[in-house]
Design a protein around this ligand. Structure first.
Ligand code: AKG
Ligand code: FE2
Length: 428
């Protein structure tokens, strides 16, 4: 703890008012901890204007997420760029996050340069994102690099990196299986309260012709080919969209946030806790979204042929035996749209990715098309909830999009869902 961090609020405020930038920053952080966000924002701004890179990043984050006032990605961008010039690694990470959205910043080569700088700076979120990226590529050099980056992330205390590393060692992914090392790592993880992962392995799904040891985040824009299973309703499947690392990443991040699922009453739009959906779910609040998780969502949105900024927050569901998602449609009643993102319109398309093998049951059924999609880790099912035709060029809800998550009979089922709107939903 620094000297400033151990001072009480009154002493901090006095020192900050005398013009100490370090105390202004510490005061702002103390105010955030006490949820006095308006005053915190003012002190972060004062310290930011006086050139404090940490305050520049914190002020930018508060503006980006709209912690006070509406989200302001353009203003956030300018402060992140200033902090980046001062060498702040978190600023570079956020600039990659902004570029992924493609709204405040273009998606250009600077994404890769910035991530590389984060890696060189041993910045844990950058190490993890780069590890997951290289882990998708089959080349031996990329697989080794992935393991090395996970080790560096784990050494910095990143739980997700440690879990991904332990699973790779256990299953011999990118290396010989090392059961003892995996067991030892898992003992430490379990002591820290981390639960075991579903047991599965997958070969790296990525492009085989990519040059090794090169960051190319834009690869997310070239998903594997989709198989169209039905045209009305429109349903497609994409095998091996996500890698084993990516599936595990979503599970690790979601697990601490799981709660009993709630669904919306189709007419009133009110949250219901009835048994339409009996699973547990976690919604990824954008504030908690790591760079690696954001990159996975970008891949999912791109595979659905739509923009990430049109997607609602990612949902991860976990079904235990007997749990299911009864037949329903994903499009929203007008009252829900009016309350939550009226500018975004309705849910145009859904993409779900299965994150683990299910021992029995748990297929996604489309009764009107008469088909079922079986869960397989990394496999995506993409379907349209709206119809666009001459009669409705603006799109209209398609009742044929009826679908269900059939009951899990044995084992558990993990699923990641993006509901994607007709227009922009996210601020960045
Ligand atoms: O669990 C499933 O297979 C379906 C999930 C679903 O319908 C949804 O997330 O909207
Ligand atoms: Fe659904």
């Amino acid at each position: 703890m620094s000297a400033a961090q151990s001072m009480d609020l009154a002493a901090l405020r006095a020192a900050a008012e005398r013009g100490s930038v370090e105390h202004a920053f510490a005061l702002a952080q103390a105010l955030v901890a006490q949820e006095c966000m308006d005053e915190a924002l003012q002190w972060h701004l004062r310290a930011a204007q006086a050139g404090h890179p940490g305050a520049q990043v914190e002020y930018a984050r508060m503006r980006l997420y709209g912690i006070v006032g509406a989200p302001a990605p353009q203003e956030a961008l300018a402060w992140f760029e200033r902090a980046e010039r001062a060498g702040h690694p978190v600023a570079a990470e956020y600039l990659v996050k902004l570029a992924v959205g493609g709204v405040a910043l273009p998606r250009d080569m600077r994404m890769n340069e910035r991530l590389l700088r984060g890696v060189q700076g041993e910045h844990a979120p950058s190490l993890l994102a780069a590890a997951v990226h290289f882990g998708r590529k089959p080349h031996g050099d990329d697989q080794s690099l992935c393991l090395q980056l996970l080790e560096r992330g784990a050494a910095r205390g990143d739980i997700a990196a440690a879990v991904l590393l332990a699973e790779r060692l256990a299953h011999g992914e990118g290396c010989e299986a090392q059961a003892d090392a995996a067991r030892e790592l898992w003992m430490q993880l379990e002591a820290a309260g981390v639960e075991r992962m579903p047991d599965f392995t997958l070969p790296p799904p990525g492009p085989t012709d990519a040059p090794p040891r090169q960051l190319a985040l834009e690869e997310a824009l070239s998903p594997p080919e989709a198989r169209v299973l039905s045209t009305q309703p429109r349903v497609s499947v994409i095998d091996r969209l996500l890698s084993a690392d990516e599936c595990r990443l979503l599970i690790v991040h979601a697990r601490p946030h799981l709660h009993a699922s709630r669904t919306l009453d189709p007419t009133s739009g009110q949250a219901l806790n009835v048994d339409l959906r009996t699973s547990h779910d976690a919604q990824f609040d954008p504030v908690l979204e790591s760079l690696a998780v954001r990159l996975v969502q970008w891949r999912m949105a791109a595979a659905a042929g739509l923009e990430l900024v049109e997607a609602e927050p990612l949902i991860v569901l976990r079904y235990a035996p007997g749990q299911e998602y009864k037949p329903h449609r994903d499009y929203l009643p007008p009252a829900s749209i009016a309350r939550d993102g009226p500018q975004a319109g309705n849910r145009r398309r859904t993409i779900c990715v299965y994150l683990n093998p299910v021992a029995a049951g748990g297929a996604t059924a489309f009764p009107v098309a008469g088909l079922q999609v079986e869960p397989q880790p990394g496999r995506a099912v993409v379907f349209d909830n709206m119809l666009y035709d001459d009669a409705s060029p603006q799109g209209r809800p398609d009742p044929d999009s009826l679908h269900a998550g059939l009951p899990v009979e044995a084992g558990e089922k993990w699923l990641a869902t993006l509901w994607i709107r007709q227009g922009r939903y996210r601020a960045f």
